[in-house]
Ligand binder design. Structure first.
Ligand SMILES: [Zn+2]
Length: 149
């Protein structure tokens, strides 16, 4: 899908957790997750198998110690970038279905964007189906690879 969008000259956004070392979501600071995606460490890098176009726009989230940073819209310039490019519909994949994907899709729908959830390009930590059901109930279209071809 990334390749398909890049070929058509459509914007590709890559969001990432970009946490301070003392992020509030980390267990040692009272949160529920192990330390992860600390800014400027290898843990915050994109997977080398994720082939992003050179002009992909990177959105870093969760930069404040006190913000969850699940949603790509939370304290980022994501929405401004979308509006500047006239984007009205988002095709969403990523991790994790039941946290960052769900929260981002909720925020996108609440802001009036149409959302297509790429079901084969998401993976959950817990109950992914429940999260997908919620996104669909809120208005997202859930498609599989064969539907998107
Ligand atoms: Zn995080």
């Amino acid at each position: 899908m990334i390749e398909r969008f890049a070929t058509k000259g459509l914007p590709v956004f890559a969001t990432r957790d970009w946490h301070p070392a003392n992020h509030g979501s980390f267990a040692e600071f009272g949160g529920r997750w192990p330390s992860h995606c600390v800014a400027n460490t290898s843990g915050a890098e994109f997977s080398p198998s994720l082939r992003l176009p050179a002009d992909a726009i990177v959105i870093s989230k969760g930069q404040s110690p006190t913000e969850a940073g699940y949603s790509a819209f939370e304290s980022t310039d994501f929405e401004r970038h979308l509006n500047e490019r006239g984007v009205r519909r988002l095709f969403v994949g990523g991790l994790a279905t039941d946290y960052c994907v769900l929260t981002t899709v909720r925020d996108a729908l609440a802001r009036g964007f149409a959302v297509v959830l790429l079901v084969d390009a998401v993976r959950a930590i817990g109950d992914g189906q429940q999260a997908i059901d919620e996104m669909v109930a809120l208005g997202a279209a859930a498609v599989h690879d064969e539907d998107a071809a």
